[in-house]
Design a protein around this ligand. Structure first.
Ligand code: AVI
Length: 320
């Protein structure tokens, strides 16, 4: 590669991660077309309890949730960060529409095709719903909304996406999110709770091996997009769960000493036998951790909604 050429963000993140000790790769790169597909499969797995748990939270609490969203204003804009196919959100949307609620739904996503798919599906399934999708970065989109209207905003950040932020970056993200919201706006945020460690671990090590594929797909993506020669058979999917901290981590462990060349970086990386690459964190929370996070990010907890097993909490926060 010509040294004056600028590396893509993907290439420079891969380089930075593989030069660290221990090595790591950012989980945001799981989500290419194949990764999106695999994640949809994961959400339907028996072991991946998160989907059904949050679904139950919405089914059982939709009337209470609507009451809390309406507050004194009686009108709001519902903004969803990273809506995906909106399966769980539809439970709320259907209920709100059936009650004649005055609201507009604005899903925000970086992917235009995801938004098109969702908007088309919603126009068929809930024709009375007013949808204004916004393509782009969460912060820019929220800042734009704040500039252009004064209506109360209710932001949805569902599915334990907050758990995928490393260390303090989740808190930083939420504080920044709050800067693009006005006092009194609401945030409904999904948290996967600490529970039987075996149940957590099984969710990230399913019997059919879909999560393994999801993790290994990251190496395939580096091969395809950055001209690398990772041999996926030389890496093992290995998740761990620490019941003290609630951290679930996914790793790809090198089964032998090997060299991998990445053409886009013009660099070769050595992996020692049984050296691990950390690829993802999926944090599990306690109520105390949720309270601390809300406080540090500048929010007040209004109400917590949970499922019958208390596996999952959708926590409603108010911007202070
Ligand atoms: C998107 N996110 C909340 C998922 C999770 O549970 O951390 C991603 C995932 N990784 C492995 N399985 C699912």
């Amino acid at each position: 590669m010509n040294t004056t050429e600028v590396l893509s963000e993907f290439a420079s993140d891969v380089k930075e991660g593989l030069l660290q000790f221990p090595k790591r790769l950012p989980s945001k790169y799981f989500y290419n077309e194949k990764g999106d597909y695999l994640f949809q499969q994961i959400m339907h797995l028996e072991e991946y309890y998160l989907t059904n748990a949050e679904f139950e939270v919405f089914e059982e609490n939709k009337a209470e949730i609507l009451k809390a969203f309406l507050g004194a204003d009686g009108e709001f804009r519902l903004v969803e960060l990273g809506a995906g196919d909106g399966t769980k959100t539809k439970v709320l949307l259907n209920h709100f529409v059936s009650k004649g609620t005055k609201f507009t739904y604005s899903p925000i996503d970086i992917s235009g095709s995801v938004l098109d798919g969702l908007t088309n599906a919603l126009s068929q399934e809930i024709p009375a719903l007013s949808v204004e999708p916004i393509k782009g970065d969460y912060f820019k989109a929220l800042a734009g909304l704040k500039r252009n209207n004064s209506m109360k905003e209710v932001v949805l950040f569902l599915g334990s996406n907050i758990g995928n932020f490393m260390g303090k970056s989740g808190e930083t993200f939420l504080r920044k999110l709050g800067e693009d919201m006005s006092k009194g706006d609401l945030l409904l945020i999904g948290f996967d709770m600490m529970k039987n460690p075996e149940k957590v671990l099984a969710a990230y090590n399913d019997a059919m091996g879909v999560t393994r594929e999801f993790n290994l797909n990251l190496l395939d993506r580096i091969n395809e997009e950055l001209g690398a020669n990772f041999d996926r058979n030389n890496f093992q999917h290995f998740p761990t769960y620490d019941p003290i901290t609630g951290e679930t981590k996914s790793h790809l462990v090198s089964k032998c000493t090997q060299n991998v060349h990445i053409a886009a970086l013009d660099e070769t990386f050595e992996f020692k036998a049984w050296e691990a690459i950390h690829t993802e964190v999926s944090q599990k929370f306690s109520h105390q951790m949720i309270e601390q996070l809300a406080k540090h990010a500048g929010f007040r907890i209004v109400q917590n909604f949970t499922d019958s097993n208390e596996y999952f909490v959708d926590s409603l926060w108010e911007k202070l």
